[in-house]
Design a protein around this ligand. Structure first.
Ligand code: FE2
Length: 315
């Protein structure tokens, strides 16, 4: 699909929209090319230099990002400062991470070097190990206002493996029966970062998020089904990385329901699996997705840097 200035997102699925897009493509200069990567989530955006986006391109990228949930820009090779500048076109960067310090001089840039096993184990505890990658999660849901999105830069890519998988939580919610959708809409879930980050928080002394410092992580409570603030669409909003339990249920009921939802929410048809190249930028909507890292790269070097955008309170 080729996106033009006259066709808006180009991400619509209705026939009229496609015909309109086809007609406009014939007369307007293409802004960029969108290549969908699976049936439900993910697309590559080609033909853009993300260092030099004009306002039309920013709006079109945002629309494509909202539709595809995660978009990738191969061949960008940004510096950390350029990475941060790109992120600022789409929102307000947060601290790199609430607990793990960012790069020296650039606290908004959070680096993970997967070769540093002890560092990773300290940072991710039960969720991540070098041999197992990172299990399914949504970034930083254990705070009151989890991030809107994250922008990842592939710095060092293993010769094989180290892919990231993303799952569309709107599609997962839409595939549930109406009765279960309705029930889930009455529930809230507790998200707790202590299991993973208490160790490193104790080590670094204090954490920082949205300008506030803290010495312990208070759990956050969010709706199990959240409504997207930009699209109005509903999605599942629980994840095995940080959700501890459903507040309104008995613990055994909560465990059983969450186990079902975790399995359902990452069914293959809701996912895309992306193989990185050095220099690729990936940008995901953290409000409607989960992601996981395949731990199949052994001792090979893998380094990513991430900039995170400030989000709102899930509703
Ligand atoms: Fe993550």
């Amino acid at each position: 699909m080729t996106l033009t200035a006259d066709t808006g997102t180009g991400a619509g699925t209705d026939t009229a929209g496609q015909e309109q897009a086809a007609a406009a493509t014939a007369v307007a200069e293409p802004l960029f090319e969108i290549v969908p990567l699976s049936g439900n989530i993910g697309a590559e955006i080609r033909g853009l230099d993300v260092r030099a986006l004009d306002e039309r391109e920013v709006a079109a990228v945002r629309a494509a990002w909202l539709h595809y949930k995660v978009v990738f820009f191969p061949g960008q090779h940004l510096t950390p400062a350029e990475h941060l500048a790109f992120a600022r076109r789409f929102g307000e960067p947060t601290e790199g991470h609430p607990v793990i310090p960012g790069l020296d001089g650039q606290p908004e840039v959070f680096e993970i070097d997967y070769s540093k096993a002890r560092e990773l184990a300290a940072a991710y505890g039960r969720v991540g190990t070098v041999s197992r990658g990172l299990d399914w999660h949504t970034d930083v849901t254990f705070v009151k206002r989890p991030p809107l999105g994250s922008i990842l830069r592939a710095v060092v890519v293993p010769p094989a493996g180290g892919d990231t998988l993303f799952s569309n939580q709107e599609a997962a919610f839409a595939a549930l029966s109406p009765a279960l959708q309705e029930f889930l809409g009455t529930l809230t879930a507790v998200h707790n970062g202590e299991a993973q980050f208490k160790g490193i928080l104790d080590l670094v002394g204090e954490g920082r998020w949205e300008g506030e410092t803290f010495v312990r992580l208070e759990p956050a409570t969010h709706p199990v089904v959240r409504t997207h603030p930009e699209t109005g669409k509903k999605s599942l909003f629980v994840n095995p990385g940080f959700t501890s339990h459903i507040a309104e249920l008995d613990r055994a009921e909560s465990d059983a329901l969450l186990a079902f939802l975790y399995q359902h929410s990452v069914r293959p048809e809701f996912t895309v699996r992306y193989h990185w190249q050095e220099g690729t930028i990936g940008f995901w909507d953290n409000r409607a997705t989960q992601h996981a890292v395949a731990g199949d790269f052994g001792d090979a070097h893998r380094v990513i840097q991430r900039v995170t955008l400030r989000g709102d309170e899930p509703r």
